[in-house]
Design a protein around this ligand. Structure first.
Ligand code: FES
Length: 143
């Protein structure tokens, strides 16, 4: 029987980590196939509501990765993102979602090796936490 694989919604900044993912693929670096990638123009563009929606729609984990602090193409997008995500992580813990299900990283487009390493680490951490179905509204709950 196949081993359970988590579903991880992944928001990648177009200018850095998306490029690193592309380079990792071209370089044939190995990482698990559990990531559903959404390319965004900047990590600052990610509304915390997107992350909550991903969990509500069945993601076992969410990974957000953008440019290194100081390298954002829109100057301060990743600084705003960092603040938003720190607050969101606290909120998730408060509503019963393990903080390990939400992961952030800063990876430049030249760091394909780092991309593969972080992808493996994120997949492993979410896998250890198991399925996260309790956040999904079931039809029987709606009445
Ligand atoms: S452009 Fe990459 S994080 Fe802002």
């Amino acid at each position: 029987m196949d081993e359970w694989q988590p579903k991880i919604t992944t928001f990648l900044c177009n200018w850095c980590t998306y490029g690193a993912a592309d380079l990792a693929g071209v370089s044939r670096f190995q990482y698990p196939p559990c990531f559903r990638v959404i390319r965004v123009p900047c990590s600052g563009r990610i509304d915390p509501k997107f992350i909550l929606a991903a969990f509500r729609h069945g993601s076992d984990g969410v990974w957000v990765s953008g440019c290194h602090p100081g390298d954002c193409h829109y100057l301060e997008g990743n600084y705003y993102a960092r603040r938003k995500f720190a607050l969101l992580k606290g909120l998730l813990e408060h509503i019963g979602i393990e903080p390990g299900r939400l992961q952030f990283s800063w990876i430049s487009s030249a760091e394909a090796t780092k991309f593969a390493e972080v992808a493996n680490a994120v997949a492993e951490e979410v896998k250890l936490l198991g399925p996260a179905g309790y956040f999904i509204k079931k039809s029987a709950d709606v009445a």
